[in-house]
Ligand binder design. Structure first.
Ligand code: ATP
Length: 287
């Protein structure tokens, strides 16, 4: 095999809690991760020209070692002394810096693809051990589906598939700094933590309504006061019949969960008309 392509799905957080700030500066999290059918695509081909040749459809993205795809290819090429060249075309559809793990899923897919292309015979577990050295969400992006993520993201437990539904994504056209959000997160005895265990119970019982009622993201306490537009998008989705609506990751992407496709599409049109240049997309869970 000399070439292959792979889809890299985005994720949303159905629940996101931060348990504590560790002495080393990392945050201990408890998150319910869910892949959705919104994909970047990577096409890899062996090349006679040595080195990594990365191209992408987004002109502003780095194509050197600052790109997580480049880094993950480099990691395996160094470890396994791969001296043939590799060309990688990265077609991005997942909005960048949006809270949907775009870079992490690209890196995860690159590790999976390199493993296949060069017959490295690494298990998913072995790829996850390498992925965590490049980013906390990469092991989950290798696993995919519905999962509980703990520790700094490296302790993963697969969950039963979350109930069937439609997902409306709305990513407003402003930027949120993940570093700012985590630095300004206040954790004390007054902090109201999401009930992640209850959400897991709802998933086990296939209870979509219960799940939507308990969806919560502790990072909204920082991002929404900075960007009240996020609350506005959530309100718009709920007014249009979403069973629940939440910010994903540190934002600014907001998603809504619907049990009816027409309602999801109508909500999409409302969100499109909001004044923050939203990227809008209706999809469902990737299993
Ligand atoms: P997360 O949900 O994990 O916080 P995110 O959606 O906030 O991720 P990304 O889309 O991964 O953020 O991008 C964050 C930064 O990483 C961007 O500013 C970008 O320059 C850099 N980056 C490196 N590699 C990639 C990649 N393959 N795709 C997108 N961004 C990348």
């Amino acid at each position: 095999m000399d070439s292959l392509w792979i889809n890299a799905p985005a994720k949303i957080n159905l629940g996101l809690d931060v348990i504590r700030r560790r002495e080393d500066g990392y945050h201990e999290v408890k998150m319910i991760m869910q892949s959705i059918r919104l994909f970047d695509r990577l096409t890899l081909a062996k090349s006679k020209v040595p080195g990594i040749h990365l191209t992408t459809n987004l002109g502003f993205l780095p194509v050197n070692e600052d790109n997580l795809v480049y880094k993950s290819a480099r990691l395996l090429m160094d470890e396994f002394n791969i001296d043939s060249g590799i060309s990688i075309q990265l077609d991005k559809r997942i909005p960048v810096a949006a809270g949907m793990a775009g870079g992490s899923t690209d890196a995860a897919s690159c590790l999976l693809a390199m493993n296949r292309l060069f017959d490295l015979n690494l298990s998913d577990q072995q790829l996850m051990e390498r992925g965590i050295t490049l980013g906390a969400d990469i092991p989950y992006c290798i696993m995919k589906g519905t999962a509980l993520s703990e520790g700094i993201g490296e302790i993963l437990s697969p969950l039963p598939g979350a109930p069937d539904c439609y997902v409306l994504i709305a990513k407003p056209g402003f930027h949120v700094s993940t570093k700012f959000v985590y630095t300004n997160l206040k954790l004390d005895e007054q902090t109201n933590h999401p009930d992640i265990d209850h959400m897991i119970d709802c998933i086990g019982k296939n209870d979509l309504r219960g799940l939507c009622d308990s969806m919560a993201n502790i990072l909204e306490t920082v991002t929404i006061p900075e960007h009240p537009e996020i609350a506005d998008i959530k309100k718009t989705m709920l007014e249009q019949g979403a069973l629940g609506s939440l910010m994903s990751g540190s934002g600014p992407t907001v998603f809504g969960i619907f049990d009816d496709l027409d309602k999801a599409k109508a909500a999409k049109e409302k969100c499109r008309k909001l004044p923050y240049r939203c990227f809008v997309f209706v999809t469902d869970f990737y299993r």
